[in-house]
Design a protein. Structure first.
Length: 220
């Protein structure tokens, strides 16, 4: 539907990372910020036992439901945010292509704009991931290098997860980022000669069972 984020390079990169990671078959999967439902459909096609897709936008929910049903796939699509996801967890696999484009002010587009540093959705998601994952679960999250890869890794590790970049791709600026070049330079998120964006997929895994304390994380 109009106004719903269409699958693009970041979506395809995350889908490929899921295929390479394995683990989707017979798993309980969450697709957070589902948009068209592309990743939810991909997980279902890979043999997931159940797939829950969540998005805050009504048009996205309707689009994802349509795309799943026309393919005969059992995907449950809910409208809401992290609270809706948490009520239906935990999950063996969490996938997310959230809004992550830094936005300097003015009218924002919820399909991709995510505050001054691009982290208005990423930060709450990183902080909640350990609660969304089952004991042996893992997450795959895609976002721009402009949004702070080290910040994501640090937040995930601070929440008791093992985290690493598992895929990277450089993409020429599209219309959205071309319109943000001035802001990215002003915010010191990009150099003057930067003409492309690095998109990364970060994997997060549980390092311990629920309710236990990892003393290595407490050092210092």
């Amino acid at each position: 539907m109009p106004g719903v984020y269409r699958p693009q390079e970041d979506s395809f990169l995350l889908a490929q990372a899921l295929r390479e990671a394995g683990g989707a078959r017979d798993a309980r999967v969450l697709d957070f910020c589902t948009g068209t439902g592309f990743l939810a459909v991909t997980a279902a096609q890979l043999g997931a036992a159940s797939v829950t897709a969540v998005d805050i936008a009504t048009r996205a929910v309707l689009t994802a439901r349509f795309n799943a049903r026309t393919r005969g796939l059992p995907v449950r699509v809910l409208r809401g945010g992290l609270d809706a996801a948490a009520r239906t967890g935990p999950f063996d696999v969490v996938l997310s292509n959230p809004p992550y484009v830094p936005h300097g002010g003015g009218r924002a587009d919820p399909r991709w704009d995510a505050g001054p540093d691009g982290r208005s959705v990423l930060d709450p998601l990183c902080d909640e991931l350990s609660n969304l994952l089952s004991v042996k679960g893992f997450a795959l999250v895609v976002h721009s290098g402009f949004s702070g890869v080290d910040e994501t890794l640090g937040r995930l590790r601070g929440g008791g997860l093992k985290a690493a970049v598992v895929a990277r791709q450089r993409i020429p600026f599209g219309p959205v980022l071309q319109s943000r070049v001035g802001y990215l330079q002003h915010a010191q998120l990009a150099d003057r000669d930067t003409t492309n964006e690095e998109v990364v997929v970060i994997r997060a895994d549980r390092t311990r069972s629920r309710g236990t304390v990892d003393c290595a994380l407490c050092e210092g």
